[in-house]
Structure formats: structure tokens, C-alpha cells
Design a protein around this ligand. Sequence first.
Ligand code: GLU
Length: 428
Amino acid sequence: MADPGFNAFAMAQAQFDKVADLLELDESTRELLRNPLREYHFSIPITMDDGSHKVFRGFRSQHNDARGPGKGGIRFHPQETADTVRALSMWMTWKCAVVDIPLGGAKGGVICNPHNLSMREQEAICRGWVRQIAKNIGPIQDVPAPDVMTNPQHMLWMLDEYEAIHGAKYPGFITGKPVGMGGSLGRTEATGYGVIFTLREALKVKGIDPKDTTASVQGFGNVARHAIQLYTKLGGKVICVSSWDEADQASYSFRRISGINLDELMTITDKFGGIDKEKAKGLGYEVLSGGEWIEQEVDILIPAALENQVREDNVVKISPKVKFLVEGANGPTTPAADKVLIEKNIFVVPDFLANAGGVTCSYFEQVQGNMNYFWDKEEVLTKLDSKMTSAFHAVYDTSVKKKLYMRDAAYVISIMRVAQACHDRGWC
Ligand code: GLU
């Protein structure tokens, strides 16, 4: 997680300010876009299984809704902060704009560690979170979704609470619902697959065959696993992956030069996503420190865990062989590290483009829910591929035409779309 000196919101604002200068954005638009429109902080009192009472802190930040209702996940994490949620809500605004879906940006969180909570306690937190904010979120205001350590079951409890409060069925209140309960097929795969759709296009414009490439992945959660699955299917070889070990409160990297095997690793993974070190050694993996995923001699690096992972201190350890950095996580790279990536001439597919597959599929879930007719998985994934592919090429073309770093090109497109919506509404 973030080191104490790191502030995700300051970083999101620094990224924004750089491109706002470039676009010569006027003062009032800047002021509007560099802060959330609204935010809510609240307490969630819970009765624990042992009968004791505990209070958890909850957040929702609604960064901008000029292009449509706010959209974004809810994270459960022990190190969650108001500033991280603010930053993530801002990145959601840019994410929805870059794939051109009619949604704004929002994000929520609860300071908690689901690993230490029973299912009943987690349900109570989900219901408590909704009770505190039920009047300020909803299908035409702000639509939550899963994120770090939340899943379709959490979404269903939240939906159930929202519907109980409002006395009717509101399937559009939340996305990432279980399939069969208003969820979309393909939602689980969507973020990880989206990362690889953009990587595939990046390789294409550089004239490289995925079969001739190797990758190292940080993280072993939902995004990382599906990214590994699709990349491997395209012929690429992942040689290193890192995962969080809950018992040790540390992460480890697992390397096998002949290539990792996702299915095999899944059989030795605990319920928190941690890979068993001893069993991995038995299968021929070297167990390295958590930070070593970034030092591997590969063509592609895929950070798919949390923010603040590619920093000034470790960016210099990236091998000269690395040509691509594809950001599955939100905010993995600091502005200081960006400078080094530019010097090293590494092609970056920035987070809010690379990982937009999740929210794009959430949008498809809304579309299907609104017509109450659900597509098969193939149809969902084909539509997802075409959205991600055209968003990638729009950003790439802008970066070539305007000679911009890929992150800045993505920001140019998103900021212009959102600023236009704000101007047209007469907000600035
Ligand atoms: N939590 C995901 C993200 O960061 C998805 C958000 C959504 O589906 O609304 O993009």
C-alpha cells in the first residue's frame, strides 16, 4: 500500500495540472475539475459476531457528473483514506470519458480488512454503507460497483438494502451484480481482458507479435488473473507474478523462466489470493521478494495491484529490455517515475485507459438491465473489445499527432470531453 509520504490525490491533481497547462484551460474549469463536486464521509456502526460494537469509516466521492451519473467502485481496504478515494473518483471521470461512455466519475471506500471479518460482518458493513448514503446515490445519481476486495456478493447485499429503503426494485443502482441477479456475463473478466486488448493494440502499432514477448505481472487478484489468462492465450509468456501474503503481511514474487501456469498457481492459492511459497518452490518457482516483479528481464510490465507501485526509487531498476508498461491498477505510477519512463522510452498504456474494461462492462450491464434483456458472453466481450480498441487508437493517434506521452494524450482527450460537457451546461 501507499507509503506515508505518498498522496494519491496530490498525484491525480499533478497529472491534471500538467495537461490543464498544456490545454491552456481557463481558471474556473480548472478549479471545477481538480476537486470533487461532492463528497460524503460517515461512520458505519456494526455489531460484531462476538456481540461487541465497532465503528467503520466510509466514504463516497463524486468527482464529476457533467457527462452522466457518477460511476465507480467501492474499495474495502485497511489503509483506505479520503484522499485516495478522491483521487480514484477523479480517475473514474477520466476513465469513463476516454472510452466515451455517458457516465461521470465517483468512488467509495470503507476502512476495513475483509480478511478479518466474517461474511455476516461484511454484509453488515455493506448494508450500513448504503444506509448512510442512500439518498445521495442511485441509478440516476451515482452508481457503485466492485473494486479492491469487494465482489458481486457485496454488490447484491448493497442492492438489497437500497431496494428495502426505497421500497421498489432498482437494478440500475449498482453494477457488478451476480450473473442471474442483474449482472452481466463477462464482468468478472472485463478489466483484465481490457488490459490485454489495449496491450494487443500497443504491440500491433509497434509491429510486435505477442508470441515473441514475455511479461511480469504485479498482483494476483481478479484483474491480474484475467490479464494473464488472455495474454497467455495470445501466445505471450508470463515469467513472474507477485502476490500478497496475508499471514506475513508482505508480498512475494514467483518466477519461473519457462513460464508460469495460471491454473496450477490457482490450485495453491489461499482464499485471500496468496500463493503458497513452499508448494510453489515444489513446482519449480523461485520465490523472490515482492518488489522484484519490476526488475525482471521481460518485454512487458503489468502492475495490476494498487497505487504507488512504480516510483522514483524502483523505476530505475526496470530492465533495459522492457518496452511496455500496461497499467492494470489505478494510479500505479507516480509523476516522478513517469519522467524516467519517458527517458527510457517505455511505451505506457495509462491506467484509466488500460483498465477501463471494468467500467465499460458495467455500462453494458446498465444497458442490458435497462432493456431487461441479457447478451451472451461472446457478445459482451466482442463489444468490450471494440470499445477498448477504438479508445486505444484515439489516444495513440493523439499522442502521435501532438507528440505527447501516452498518459498526457489520454488526459487531453478526457479533459476536453469533460470540460466541454461542463461548459455546455454553463458550469464554467
Ligand atoms: N472499480 C472499477 C474501476 O476502477 C470499475 C468501476 C465500475 O464498474 O463502475 O474502474
